[in-house]
Design a protein around this ligand. Sequence first.
Ligand SMILES: NC(=O)C1=CN([C@@H]2O[C@H](COP(=O)(O)OP(=O)(O)OC[C@H]3O[C@@H](n4cnc5c(N)ncnc54)[C@H](O)[C@@H]3O)[C@@H](O)[C@H]2O)C=CC1
Ligand SMILES: O=C(O)[C@H](O)CS(=O)(=O)O
Length: 477
Amino acid sequence: MLIGSIINGIERNEQDRKAHDVKNPFNQEILGTLALATADDLNDAVNSSYEAYEKTMKQMPAYKRGDILRKAAQLVEERKEEFAQSIMAESGKPIQQSRTEVQRSVQLLRYAAEEAKNITGEVVPMDAAIGGENRMGFVKKKSLGVVGAITPFNFPLNLTLHKLAPAIAAGNTVVFKPAEKTPITGYKIVKLLHEAGLPESALNLVLGTGEEIGQPLVEHEKVAKISFTGSVPVGKGIQQSAGFKKLTLELGSNSPIIVFDDANIEDVAVSLVKGGFGYSGQTCISVQRIYAHKDIYDQLLEELIATTNNLKIGDPADESVDIGPMITEEAAKRTDEWIQKAVEEGAKAETGGERNGNIVPPTILTNVNKGMHVVKKEVFAPIISVIPFEQEEDAIAQANDTIYGLQGAVFTKNIDRALRVADQIESGGVWINESSTYRQDNYPYGGVKQSGIGREGVKYAVEEMLELKFIGIKLER
Ligand SMILES: NC(=O)C1=CN([C@@H]2O[C@H](COP(=O)(O)OP(=O)(O)OC[C@H]3O[C@@H](n4cnc5c(N)ncnc54)[C@H](O)[C@@H]3O)[C@@H](O)[C@H]2O)C=CC1
Ligand SMILES: O=C(O)[C@H](O)CS(=O)(=O)O
């Protein structure tokens, strides 16, 4: 299947374009070939979205935007298995986890349909100021224009819709560049949104690499906002080249989990194994560093090992499989190298084993230190490190000893301690008695420190895709 960029509703997939194969990470089957966009295509896409904003989206009433998003939710639900299979095939995500992603995306579209009709402003109490007695003031929330949406490989439907749906709800137009590793699902959702009634030029798809297409999109002067999800290094580059554009950056993390001596050990083990090894750890809020109180350290480690050893490794198309391939063999080799390096530096691999192509067995490490890559960096892989602590303040200090701050978690039955610790963990979000990997699409989600700028979660993303405009009226006395 040759797929191309979609500009003004027309696919640009001529044979003479540079080609890029999309492969199934499990069996290397070629799922499709991208006809990569050219610089002219990118420019055409931005101009198309710009014109569509000025001539169409600016005037589209909120109820119509809501209807389009609601129709899209219905169409995704009707085609949920097609989308789940698409996610699984191009990302290697086990089919059950892919189905969960689609289920969340349907909800996400419905949230956006509701938010489209809830964009309000406010009246300002002008008489709060001397001289304001005979004045009125009110605030409108106005759409921005063209939103550049750039997405990562790991949630090709859900994280794409976290950008497209709020942008549409807020009355903007979009130029969308999916990850070149998992673009097919993005291609499908663009065509579905057009089918749901979104004017074709309001959402343009450009297929290409970050360097060739992503970067020029970030720099284009007709783009009002960049919404990016991806790695910290790329996010830093975008921040430096985006100029005066509004910016949302959803970046990486190495999520900390603090487990106190009164936690329910069996429940904790089930939650953290799922949170650390789901999609082979290729989730930015994946459980990575578990700080376990010394009094329950051995018991928790034993439970974690037993639960991990029960995971089924294999073909992501198999309904019973928990662990499939990583996105590329390079990612798997890097993971293997980090595990070996940690072991050479003194760590012990309590589970795991030989890499098999793109598949890395889920690995629990102990006897790690904070200087190791597996602790200090984002592993984005099936690696969990388990570290003992004695004092609460020491666990918090270790949890916060990182450049990241996306989501963390604390497990304890003591609600005072839970809230005290949650308040001190430096991150955009903290779960109490739940894994850091748990996320719903209707709450504010985003990082502090180098994990990002701004928030997603539909209502919050809509707010970041609007501009406040104050209008004041001086009244006749
Ligand atoms: N905070 C969050 O919600 C999430 C963060 N991530 C992060 O994303 C990373 C994994 O995803 P990847 O796709 O490998 O990330 P990546 O940063 O390599 O690529 C992400 C997207 O950016 C594009 N890109 C690359 N260089 C660019 C440039 N110079 N200018 C503009 N666009 C560019 C890529 O083509 C891709 O579409 C991890 O670091 C993970 O933590 C992943 C999912 C969610
Ligand atoms: O949507 C989610 O579950 C997560 O945001 C995916 S990621 O951002 O952690 O990759």
